[in-house]
Design a protein around this ligand. Structure first.
Ligand SMILES: Cc1ncc(COP(=O)(O)O)c(C=O)c1O
Length: 374
């Protein structure tokens, strides 16, 4: 007996489609890198991409790294964050934002979030102690946090602001670009991001020339030159191949953002229901929609139903960081961050990738509404 065909066939992401579209160009890029024979770049290999990334993100510097995780780690390291320091951050992020704070010997202090899933500036202000050294807002889903309020708190207390902009390349808030508002912007070029490598990648943006130079040393063993180790470093540089791919794909990013925003606008138009929270469309924001996350009762049932009828969705993220087994030593319990915990049970990420057709988006919206109306 064969399997029954699902009613629809709508993937959550579609990397094979991107691969098919770009395969000829990617082959040429691979050939160039292989024949040149330089794979783990010098500054010269990465410099053209760094220049373009800085321009794109509205800063003077960009430092190309092997991941968004190391972008967070190295930003905090050059900001002098370490043992005994506190960094305020939301508990509903991807684990990397908290994990890097802990890897530096500092303490993550969680601040709960607003209805739009981004950190609440008032909760940040209330979490400040004499040990607070930095604030790490996370621009979740591609929506920039309330940065005016966050910068005001930071400036009042002399704190460093490290924007986790992993999901927000090209996003804007009151005309300012993600990664250009705080002291450091940390980006991921993971294959699932809007600007994506063929593996891991990431970068830091900053206007601090000295900090950028230090990060460039730290990403390559702390080497000042071939013979001199200035300080103990890591291997956090971006591969030449990934740099070449990102340089090529950066040209395609505006079009990807336009398509994702069009898909989001269509969802926003179609998904009207009092039992459904849909990401708002605000005048002062330019959201690039890395993800499109609705909030709904009976989320697990809805996700299972959509899966059964051939519509793939995701959950970002099912278990808040403060409730992870790894976070046990921080001493948190259920109830500490009610908004984050409530959202963790209600959030559902709908497909929004640039390869969806208008009919696909209409189908997903129609099936979600049909379920909610039951
Ligand atoms: C919010 C957030 N922070 C940090 C990261 C870490 O980036 P990477 O996977 O490139 O290390 C990611 C992406 O995976 C992310 O979504």
């Amino acid at each position: 007996m064969g399997c029954e065909m699902a009613k629809h066939d709508i993937p959550y992401v579609n990397l094979p489609a991107q691969g098919r579209e770009q395969l000829d160009d990617l082959k040429k890029i691979l050939e160039q890198v292989v024949l040149r024979g330089s794979f783990v770049g010098t500054h010269d290999d990465l410099a053209p991409l760094e220049k373009r990334l800085a321009e794109y993100c509205g800063t003077t510097e960009a430092v190309a790294l092997n991941s968004g995780t190391d972008a967070l780690f190295l930003s905090m390291k050059v900001a002098g964050i370490g043992e005994g320091d506190e960094v305020i951050t939301p508990p509903n992020s991807f684990v990397a934002s908290t994990a890097t704070i802990i890897q530096l010997g500092a303490k993550p202090v969680f601040a709960d979030v607003l209805s739009d899933q981004n950190v609440d500036p008032e909760k940040i202000a209330r979490s400040i102690t004499p040990r607070t050294k930095a604030i790490m807002p996370v621009h979740l889903t591609g929506r920039i946090c309330q940065m005016d309020e966050i910068m005001e708190v930071a400036n009042k207390h002399g704190l460093v602001v490290i924007e986790d902009a992993a999901q927000a390349i090209g996003s804007m808030y009151k005309g300012r670009l993600a990664g250009s508002i705080g002291h450091f912007g940390c980006f991921s070029a993971h294959p699932l991001k809007n600007l994506n490598a063929l593996g891991d990648g990431g970068f830091v943006t900053t206007n601090d020339k000295e900090a950028a130079a230090r990060m460039r040393r730290l990403r390559a063993h702390g080497m000042a030159d071939r013979a001199t180790i200035d300080e103990w470093g890591l291997v956090s540089r971006m591969d030449t191949l990934q740099a070449a791919v990102l340089n090529y794909r950066l040209d395609k990013l505006p079009d990807i953002i336009t398509k994702r925003r069009a898909n989001a606008a269509l969802y926003q138009k179609l998904l009207h229901h009092d039992r459904l929270y849909v990401p708002p469309d605000r005048n002062e924001e330019f959201n690039t929609f890395h993800t499109f996350v609705i909030q709904v009762d009976r989320r697990d049932e809805l996700q299972a139903h959509l899966k059964n009828i051939g519509i793939k969705t995701a959950i970002h993220y099912p278990v808040p960081i403060h409730l992870q087994p790894a976070a046990k030593a921080l001493g948190h319990k259920m109830g500490d961050f009610p908004m984050t915990e409530r959202q963790a049970n209600r959030i559902l990420t709908l497909p929004i990738n640039q390869y969806l057709t208008k009919a696909d988006v209409e189908t997903v919206a129609g099936e979600v509404l049909a379920f909610v109306n039951q």
